[in-house]
Ligand binder design. Structure first.
Ligand code: NAP
Length: 304
């Protein structure tokens, strides 16, 4: 089985809690991989599709064999527009299989930490969303992510679900890297100015997941749905793009446009700023910083 492990071969593996990270190639899992050196008393194992394909239910047996103490799920069908036509695949990966993993975690007494999305909300509230607010996804991706949340809580009520938004990293496919490239090569670009939310630096989200893992020794505490994103918003995609332009001192003109002038196969929420008070209260060690500071940090990681 091809996987990444963090252990020095001289250290006995049996000494430390086993942490299974699903989604080895994704931007969040890679951010976790970057941080594991700060968690030397945990034995991390990263699985990609070759070890656990979310379209192959039989692969769940691999988790039973491994018997991890923690399961951190970063896998998702994340192609929001394509999900409109590939709904069965999105449903299987984001919904059904999350429920199956939750069942296994319950059976082997592993702590399950799962990532969800701001797209479970319809964005009509126009005020920061609380975890207790009504969900009403506008697109297939959001519906399947909500299905995953509900199945995880149904089959394993000790699951911790983190709903986040606008995730970016120095690697992978994300708005920050797309803008950075476009702003460097184009004279003018259009960016939507009527969808509001907040960017989340994947390294900060990874730290949050790992802190929750450390703080979740008592499995009967700290479960349920929590919001996590960088703070200082809400901002629009246009404002985010403008900040990226300033950060790299680029001269490309950015024209703010309404969503109706940027046609996509699916509808996105107009507003998805998430209130993070609950996570701060339940996990005082989880830190949340201003999105602009996180963005500068992302730039330094690229420079280094
Ligand atoms: N990105 C955002 O803006 C955003 C916003 C809100 C919430 N989220 C949530 O944050 C979490 C992490 O997202 P991310 O940005 O890190 O996503 P990502 O970079 O797109 O990574 C997704 C991961 O899922 C894996 N995957 C897809 N299909 C799979 C399958 N059939 N079997 C096994 N693995 C499969 C991918 O593997 P391959 O590379 O091999 O395909 C990849 O490792 C997800 O739960 C996502 O829904 C993301």
């Amino acid at each position: 089985m091809n996987c990444i492990e963090n252990l020095n071969p001289n250290i006995s593996k049996s000494r430390f809690p086993k942490v299974l990270v699903l989604g080895k190639t994704g931007q969040l899992a890679q951010s976790i991989a970057y941080l594991i050196e700060f968690f030397p008393t945990y034995h991390f194992i990263f699985w990609g599709k070759e070890a656990f394909n979310f379209l192959n239910r039989k692969d769940t047996e691999n988790i039973l064999k491994l018997k991890p103490n923690f399961i951190l799920n970063t896998v998702a069908y994340t192609q929001v527009d394509k999900a409109e036509t590939e709904l069965e695949t999105a449903h299987y990966i984001n919904g059904f299989m999350v429920g199956e993993i939750a069942k296994i975690a319950e059976a082997i007494h592993a702590k399950f930490i799962h990532i969800s999305s701001d797209y479970v909300y319809d964005g009509q509230k126009k005020l920061p969303y609380f975890e207790t607010d009504e969900t009403h996804p506008l697109n297939v991706y959001g519906k399947t992510k909500l299905e995953g949340d509900l199945l995880a809580m149904k089959y394993n009520p000790t699951t911790t679900i983190i709903r986040t938004s606008w995730v970016y990293a120095p690697f992978g496919k994300n708005f920050f890297l797309t803008m950075k490239t476009l702003l460097a090569i184009k004279k003018e670009i259009n960016v939507v100015d009527d969808q509001f939310g907040c960017p989340t630096f994947a390294f900060d989200l990874a730290k949050c997941m790992l802190q929750i893992m450390v703080d979740s020794k008592n499995q009967n505490k700290h479960f349920g749905v929590f919001h996590y994103q960088n703070n200082g918003g809400p901002i629009s995609w246009y404002q985010f793009a403008t900040k990226i332009k300033d950060l790299y001192q680029l001269s490309c003109k950015i024209k703010p446009i309404p969503s109706k002038d940027y046609k996509t196969p699916c509808t996105r929420p107009e507003y998805s700023y998430l209130c993070t008070d609950a996570i701060k209260k339940s996990f005082p060690n989880v830190s949340i910083r201003h999105w602009e500071l996180a963005l500068q940090d992302c730039k330094s990681h690229i420079n280094n």
